[in-house]
Ligand binder design. Structure first.
Ligand code: DAK
Length: 263
């Protein structure tokens, strides 16, 4: 199957090499903000990659400035709670969550909000020294919506997760490495190649053993995940009935500080 023949707008897929498929997020002017179309394109490729026995490992990457700066705030700005509950992005996230083959995130630059959640959906995160991680949704009057409250907490522990989810502060690559979010740090220009080297190693292992190893490792944190995810999804939707959510998005778009009223 030739992935590079398919033309996508928001991602670039490199020709499959040594069993490794590289998907590059490609909205450089928007710091790879995850609009619905981008997530759908990733999901389309993963559906095909899962069926294709020649694909043994997938690497997701961005560019030097950003892995992804989160959901597309402009696309999300005017959504109602009902829109959020019926959000088509949920189907794409589900494909990513259920992908059976190993996924590696090669992160340089900003890895924020939904971008950090996308990285945390990956099985291994490697990062450049310039990477910045965070869940800054609180700055917009909302909370993480794609599992950030759950996966961040299981990776970092409660106190550190609260530290970053409640302040929206960013974490350096070194802090993310020390916290256990990131497996290895490299010079930014080496991040993708090093991720591909890890992917190539995995690609040589027995595919069924790899699939079951992934499933088994995920079981270590899965038991509490589902109820936490369900709560997070509803809380996220409820926040779209608040005027603070509209204020947060408007302030971001108009490049001014938000004024929150608790309503
Ligand atoms: N969305 C849309 N546009 C964005 C963006 C984003 N997340 N991040 C950056 N951009 C755009 C900016 O608007 C700007 O566009 P122009 O003004 O040039 O048209 C351009 O990218 C450059 O950004 P800046 O001018 O801000 O550049 P700076 O270097 O000053 O700052 C930054 C870079 C990454 C620190 C800053 O742009 C920033 O703070 N970005 C927003 C980060 C953020 O708040 N991320 C969280 C978004 S909320 C769900 C699943 C997932 C989610 C929700 C629900 N469900 C399944 C229900 C996820 C939610 C989120 O991620």
């Amino acid at each position: 199957m030739t992935y590079s023949l398919q033309l996508f707008d928001d991602i670039i897929t490199n020709p499959l090499k040594d069993g490794v498929l590289v998907i590059q997020l490609n909205r450089p002017n928007e710091f790879n903000a995850l609009r619905t179309k981008l997530l759908d394109e990733i999901a389309q490729v993963l559906v095909r990659a899962e069926e294709d026995e020649n694909v043994r490992c997938v690497v997701l990457t961005g560019n030097q400035k950003a892995f992804a700066a989160g959901a597309d705030i402009k696309e999300m700005a005017t959504k109602s709670p009902a829109d959020v509950l019926r959000d088509p992005r949920a189907a794409s996230w589900k494909v990513i969550r259920n992908f059976k083959k190993p996924l590696i995130a090669a992160v340089n630059g900003y890895c924020l909000g939904g971008g950090n959640e996308l990285a945390m959906h990956c099985d291994i995160i490697v990062a450049g020294e310039n990477a910045k991680f965070g869940q800054p949704e609180i700055n917009l009057g909302i909370i993480p919506g794609a599992g950030g409250t759950q996966r961040f907490t299981s990776l970092l522990g409660k106190s550190k997760a609260m530290r970053y989810v409640l302040t929206g502060d960013f974490m350096s690559a070194k802090q993310a490495y020390e916290a256990g979010l990131v497996a290895e740090i490299f010079a930014p220009e080496e991040t993708l190649d090093q991720a591909i080297n890890i992917a190539k190693k995995i690609a040589q292992k027995a595919p069924i053993a790899v699939e079951l190893a992934k499933e088994a490792v995920l079981k270590a944190s899965d038991s509490l995940l589902e109820s936490g995810l369900a709560f997070e999804r509803k809380a996220f939707a409820v926040l779209f009935s608040t005027s603070d959510q509209k204020e947060g998005a408007d302030a971001f778009i108009n490049k001014r500080p938000p004024v929150y009223k608790g309503s």
